[in-house]
Design a protein around this ligand. Structure first.
Ligand code: R5P
Length: 301
Protein backbone atom coordinates (compact mmCIF):
# COMPACT_ATOMS: atom_id res chain seq x y z
CA UNK A 1 0.00 0.00 0.00
CA UNK A 2 1.36 3.46 -0.84
CA UNK A 3 0.98 6.99 0.49
CA UNK A 4 -0.72 9.87 -1.29
CA UNK A 5 -0.43 13.53 -0.30
CA UNK A 6 -3.33 15.93 -0.76
CA UNK A 7 -3.01 19.63 0.06
CA UNK A 8 -5.68 21.99 1.29
CA UNK A 9 -6.02 25.08 -0.98
CA UNK A 10 -3.06 27.37 -0.30
CA UNK A 11 -0.89 24.58 1.15
CA UNK A 12 0.19 23.10 -2.20
CA UNK A 13 3.86 24.23 -2.18
CA UNK A 14 4.32 22.74 1.31
CA UNK A 15 2.42 19.56 0.38
CA UNK A 16 4.37 19.16 -2.85
CA UNK A 17 7.67 19.54 -1.02
CA UNK A 18 6.66 16.90 1.56
CA UNK A 19 5.43 14.53 -1.18
CA UNK A 20 8.70 14.98 -3.11
CA UNK A 21 10.77 14.24 -0.04
CA UNK A 22 8.68 11.13 0.69
CA UNK A 23 8.60 9.98 -2.90
CA UNK A 24 4.80 9.89 -2.47
CA UNK A 25 2.29 10.67 -5.19
CA UNK A 26 0.11 13.79 -5.08
CA UNK A 27 -3.63 13.52 -5.09
CA UNK A 28 -5.28 16.46 -6.85
CA UNK A 29 -8.09 18.41 -5.22
CA UNK A 30 -10.56 20.72 -6.91
CA UNK A 31 -12.01 23.45 -4.74
CA UNK A 32 -14.00 26.62 -4.99
CA UNK A 33 -16.38 28.71 -2.93
CA UNK A 34 -20.10 28.86 -3.68
CA UNK A 35 -21.52 32.40 -3.95
CA UNK A 36 -22.52 32.28 -0.29
CA UNK A 37 -18.98 31.33 0.77
CA UNK A 38 -19.61 27.62 1.41
CA UNK A 39 -16.80 25.37 0.22
CA UNK A 40 -16.95 22.88 -2.69
CA UNK A 41 -14.34 20.11 -2.79
CA UNK A 42 -13.70 17.28 -5.24
CA UNK A 43 -10.98 14.65 -4.85
CA UNK A 44 -9.76 14.16 -8.42
CA UNK A 45 -7.51 11.09 -8.12
CA UNK A 46 -8.36 7.60 -6.95
CA UNK A 47 -7.48 7.10 -3.27
CA UNK A 48 -9.09 3.65 -2.94
CA UNK A 49 -7.04 1.46 -0.61
CA UNK A 50 -4.35 4.15 -0.22
CA UNK A 51 -3.05 5.85 2.92
CA UNK A 52 -3.52 9.61 2.57
CA UNK A 53 -1.71 12.52 4.28
CA UNK A 54 -3.65 15.80 4.19
CA UNK A 55 -1.33 18.83 4.35
CA UNK A 56 -2.97 21.93 5.82
CA UNK A 57 -1.22 25.18 6.74
CA UNK A 58 -3.76 26.57 9.17
CA UNK A 59 -2.84 30.25 9.56
CA UNK A 60 -6.47 31.25 9.49
CA UNK A 61 -8.07 28.14 10.92
CA UNK A 62 -11.71 29.22 11.15
CA UNK A 63 -12.49 29.53 7.43
CA UNK A 64 -10.38 26.42 6.69
CA UNK A 65 -11.83 24.07 9.29
CA UNK A 66 -15.03 22.97 7.48
CA UNK A 67 -13.07 22.15 4.31
CA UNK A 68 -10.50 20.20 6.33
CA UNK A 69 -13.17 18.06 8.02
CA UNK A 70 -15.18 17.58 4.80
CA UNK A 71 -12.02 16.49 2.96
CA UNK A 72 -11.17 13.90 5.62
CA UNK A 73 -14.72 12.50 5.37
CA UNK A 74 -14.64 12.44 1.56
CA UNK A 75 -11.30 10.63 1.48
CA UNK A 76 -12.58 7.95 3.83
CA UNK A 77 -15.85 7.59 1.88
CA UNK A 78 -13.80 7.24 -1.32
CA UNK A 79 -12.06 4.23 0.17
CA UNK A 80 -8.79 5.62 1.61
CA UNK A 81 -7.22 3.06 3.94
CA UNK A 82 -6.34 5.81 6.42
CA UNK A 83 -6.31 9.61 6.50
CA UNK A 84 -3.72 11.53 8.54
CA UNK A 85 -3.09 15.25 9.01
CA UNK A 86 0.12 17.23 8.54
CA UNK A 87 -0.56 20.63 10.13
CA UNK A 88 2.88 22.29 10.31
CA UNK A 89 1.34 25.01 12.51
CA UNK A 90 -1.15 23.69 15.04
CA UNK A 91 -3.66 26.45 15.80
CA UNK A 92 -5.73 27.03 18.93
CA UNK A 93 -3.01 25.82 21.29
CA UNK A 94 -2.78 28.97 23.40
CA UNK A 95 -6.27 28.88 24.93
CA UNK A 96 -5.31 25.76 26.85
CA UNK A 97 -7.16 26.42 30.12
CA UNK A 98 -10.22 28.30 31.32
CA UNK A 99 -8.49 31.56 32.34
CA UNK A 100 -11.84 33.14 33.29
CA UNK A 101 -15.06 31.38 34.29
CA UNK A 102 -17.16 30.35 31.31
CA UNK A 103 -14.42 30.38 28.67
CA UNK A 104 -14.23 27.67 26.00
CA UNK A 105 -10.98 25.67 26.18
CA UNK A 106 -10.31 25.82 22.45
CA UNK A 107 -7.19 23.63 22.40
CA UNK A 108 -9.16 20.69 23.81
CA UNK A 109 -12.18 21.15 21.52
CA UNK A 110 -9.96 21.56 18.44
CA UNK A 111 -8.07 18.39 19.42
CA UNK A 112 -11.37 16.53 19.76
CA UNK A 113 -12.45 17.52 16.24
CA UNK A 114 -9.11 16.58 14.68
CA UNK A 115 -8.96 13.29 16.59
CA UNK A 116 -12.38 12.34 15.25
CA UNK A 117 -11.54 13.15 11.63
CA UNK A 118 -7.94 11.93 11.30
CA UNK A 119 -5.94 8.79 12.12
CA UNK A 120 -2.72 10.63 13.07
CA UNK A 121 -1.24 14.12 13.34
CA UNK A 122 2.21 15.51 12.54
CA UNK A 123 3.07 19.11 13.46
CA UNK A 124 6.01 21.39 14.27
CA UNK A 125 6.64 22.81 17.75
CA UNK A 126 3.08 23.08 19.02
CA UNK A 127 2.56 25.67 21.76
CA UNK A 128 2.89 23.30 24.71
CA UNK A 129 2.77 25.32 27.89
CA UNK A 130 0.21 24.27 30.47
CA UNK A 131 -0.31 21.09 28.40
CA UNK A 132 2.88 19.02 28.57
CA UNK A 133 2.21 16.75 25.61
CA UNK A 134 -0.25 16.55 22.71
CA UNK A 135 -1.26 13.12 23.99
CA UNK A 136 -3.06 14.87 26.86
CA UNK A 137 -5.65 16.27 24.44
CA UNK A 138 -5.35 14.24 21.18
CA UNK A 139 -6.73 10.71 21.03
CA UNK A 140 -4.70 9.76 17.91
CA UNK A 141 -0.96 9.14 17.43
CA UNK A 142 0.82 12.51 17.23
CA UNK A 143 4.34 13.65 16.40
CA UNK A 144 5.67 17.09 17.32
CA UNK A 145 8.69 17.82 15.14
CA UNK A 146 11.35 20.17 16.54
CA UNK A 147 12.45 23.12 14.42
CA UNK A 148 15.44 23.75 16.72
CA UNK A 149 18.09 21.99 14.57
CA UNK A 150 17.03 23.94 11.46
CA UNK A 151 16.91 27.26 13.37
CA UNK A 152 20.28 26.58 15.01
CA UNK A 153 21.88 25.84 11.62
CA UNK A 154 20.44 29.09 10.23
CA UNK A 155 21.71 31.14 13.18
CA UNK A 156 25.19 29.59 12.92
CA UNK A 157 25.38 30.32 9.20
CA UNK A 158 23.80 33.80 9.18
CA UNK A 159 24.48 35.62 12.45
CA UNK A 160 27.81 36.86 13.79
CA UNK A 161 28.37 36.48 17.55
CA UNK A 162 24.75 35.56 18.28
CA UNK A 163 23.23 35.78 21.77
CA UNK A 164 19.77 34.22 21.83
CA UNK A 165 16.95 35.95 23.68
CA UNK A 166 13.59 34.46 24.66
CA UNK A 167 10.89 37.07 25.31
CA UNK A 168 9.13 35.08 28.04
CA UNK A 169 9.33 31.97 30.21
CA UNK A 170 7.31 29.98 27.67
CA UNK A 171 10.02 30.53 25.05
CA UNK A 172 12.65 28.92 27.29
CA UNK A 173 11.99 25.47 25.76
CA UNK A 174 12.78 26.66 22.22
CA UNK A 175 15.54 29.14 23.05
CA UNK A 176 17.51 26.76 25.27
CA UNK A 177 17.40 23.98 22.67
CA UNK A 178 18.46 26.24 19.79
CA UNK A 179 21.24 27.77 21.94
CA UNK A 180 22.60 24.33 22.87
CA UNK A 181 22.62 23.24 19.22
CA UNK A 182 24.10 26.51 17.94
CA UNK A 183 26.64 26.63 20.77
CA UNK A 184 25.80 30.16 21.89
CA UNK A 185 24.57 31.83 25.10
CA UNK A 186 20.97 32.72 25.82
CA UNK A 187 18.88 34.94 28.10
CA UNK A 188 15.17 34.69 28.82
CA UNK A 189 13.03 37.72 29.78
CA UNK A 190 9.78 37.83 31.72
CA UNK A 191 6.56 38.97 30.08
CA UNK A 192 3.28 40.18 31.47
CA UNK A 193 0.38 40.23 29.00
CA UNK A 194 -2.52 42.49 29.91
CA UNK A 195 -4.43 42.13 26.63
CA UNK A 196 -4.30 40.64 23.10
CA UNK A 197 -2.17 43.56 21.97
CA UNK A 198 -0.56 44.70 25.18
CA UNK A 199 2.55 43.18 26.80
CA UNK A 200 5.16 44.39 29.29
CA UNK A 201 8.64 42.94 29.64
CA UNK A 202 10.93 42.66 32.64
CA UNK A 203 14.62 42.73 31.73
CA UNK A 204 17.31 40.73 33.51
CA UNK A 205 20.97 41.81 33.54
CA UNK A 206 21.82 42.31 29.85
CA UNK A 207 25.56 42.99 30.11
CA UNK A 208 26.36 39.63 28.46
CA UNK A 209 24.70 40.86 25.25
CA UNK A 210 27.11 43.78 24.72
CA UNK A 211 29.11 43.34 21.51
CA UNK A 212 26.81 40.55 20.37
CA UNK A 213 23.88 40.27 17.96
CA UNK A 214 20.66 39.62 19.88
CA UNK A 215 18.63 36.87 18.19
CA UNK A 216 15.07 36.80 19.52
CA UNK A 217 13.50 33.36 19.25
CA UNK A 218 9.80 32.68 19.83
CA UNK A 219 7.39 30.03 18.64
CA UNK A 220 4.76 32.41 17.24
CA UNK A 221 4.69 35.96 15.92
CA UNK A 222 1.00 36.79 15.96
CA UNK A 223 0.21 40.46 16.63
CA UNK A 224 3.98 41.03 16.75
CA UNK A 225 3.55 42.75 20.11
CA UNK A 226 5.84 40.39 22.04
CA UNK A 227 8.71 40.63 19.56
CA UNK A 228 8.27 44.39 18.99
CA UNK A 229 8.27 45.12 22.75
CA UNK A 230 11.40 42.96 23.18
CA UNK A 231 13.18 44.63 20.26
CA UNK A 232 12.25 48.07 21.67
CA UNK A 233 13.58 47.23 25.15
CA UNK A 234 16.88 45.86 23.83
CA UNK A 235 17.39 48.85 21.54
CA UNK A 236 16.66 51.20 24.46
CA UNK A 237 19.49 49.44 26.36
CA UNK A 238 21.85 50.39 23.52
CA UNK A 239 22.20 46.86 22.14
CA UNK A 240 22.61 46.02 18.45
CA UNK A 241 19.50 45.75 16.25
CA UNK A 242 18.09 42.26 16.94
CA UNK A 243 17.36 39.51 14.45
CA UNK A 244 13.88 38.03 15.09
CA UNK A 245 13.27 34.32 14.48
CA UNK A 246 9.81 32.75 14.70
CA UNK A 247 8.85 29.15 14.19
CA UNK A 248 5.34 30.10 13.05
CA UNK A 249 4.85 33.31 11.04
CA UNK A 250 1.21 33.96 11.86
CA UNK A 251 1.75 37.73 11.37
CA UNK A 252 -1.74 39.02 12.11
CA UNK A 253 -2.60 42.50 10.81
CA UNK A 254 0.23 45.02 10.87
CA UNK A 255 2.73 42.84 12.76
CA UNK A 256 5.50 43.19 10.10
CA UNK A 257 5.25 46.99 10.18
CA UNK A 258 5.25 47.01 14.00
CA UNK A 259 8.40 44.87 14.12
CA UNK A 260 10.26 46.97 11.62
CA UNK A 261 9.24 50.19 13.37
CA UNK A 262 10.55 48.76 16.66
CA UNK A 263 14.02 48.46 15.09
CA UNK A 264 14.48 44.78 14.20
CA UNK A 265 17.42 44.21 11.84
CA UNK A 266 15.71 41.28 10.15
CA UNK A 267 12.82 38.90 10.75
CA UNK A 268 12.89 35.29 9.56
CA UNK A 269 10.63 32.29 10.08
CA UNK A 270 10.31 28.59 9.41
CA UNK A 271 8.07 27.65 6.48
CA UNK A 272 5.31 26.12 8.61
CA UNK A 273 3.07 28.94 7.32
CA UNK A 274 3.70 30.64 3.98
CA UNK A 275 5.15 34.16 4.52
CA UNK A 276 7.76 36.42 2.89
CA UNK A 277 9.91 35.96 6.03
CA UNK A 278 10.25 32.17 5.42
CA UNK A 279 13.98 31.41 5.40
CA UNK A 280 14.23 28.15 7.34
CA UNK A 281 12.98 24.96 5.70
CA UNK A 282 11.39 22.33 7.93
CA UNK A 283 9.66 20.25 5.25
CA UNK A 284 12.43 17.65 5.35
CA UNK A 285 11.92 16.96 9.07
CA UNK A 286 8.14 16.99 8.57
CA UNK A 287 8.44 14.42 5.78
CA UNK A 288 10.70 12.26 7.91
CA UNK A 289 8.16 12.37 10.73
CA UNK A 290 5.32 11.38 8.38
CA UNK A 291 7.47 8.45 7.32
CA UNK A 292 7.95 7.39 10.94
CA UNK A 293 4.31 7.90 12.02
CA UNK A 294 3.00 5.96 9.06
CA UNK A 295 5.82 3.40 9.27
CA UNK A 296 4.62 -0.16 9.20
CA UNK A 297 1.16 1.04 8.18
CA UNK A 298 2.33 2.73 5.00
CA UNK A 299 4.84 1.49 2.49
CA UNK A 300 6.08 4.71 0.92
CA UNK A 301 6.74 4.48 -2.81
C1 R5P B 1 2.91 33.12 23.78
O1 R5P B 1 3.08 32.63 24.83
C2 R5P B 1 3.69 32.75 22.57
O2 R5P B 1 4.81 31.99 22.87
C3 R5P B 1 4.09 34.00 21.80
O3 R5P B 1 4.99 34.77 22.58
C4 R5P B 1 2.89 34.83 21.48
O4 R5P B 1 1.89 34.02 20.93
C5 R5P B 1 3.21 35.94 20.53
O5 R5P B 1 2.04 36.65 20.30
P1 R5P B 1 2.06 38.16 19.81
O6 R5P B 1 2.88 38.22 18.55
O7 R5P B 1 0.61 38.48 19.56
O8 R5P B 1 2.63 39.00 20.93
Amino acid sequence: MSLQVVSLPGSEPCGDSIARRLGASRCRLESRRFPDGEIYLRVVDDVGGQHVAVVAQLRDPDPQLPGLLFLADALRELGAASVGLVAPYLPYMRQDIRFRPGEAVASRSFAKLVSTAFAWLVTVDPHLHRIASLDEIYRIPTAAVSSAPAIAAWVQAQVERPHLVGPDEESMQWVSEVAALAGCPYTVLRKHRSGDRSVELVLPDLRALRGRTPVLVDDIISSGQTMAATVGKLRAEGLAAPVCVAVHAVFAGDAPVRLQAAGAARTVSCNTLPHPSNAIDVTDVLAESVRVVTGGMVQVR
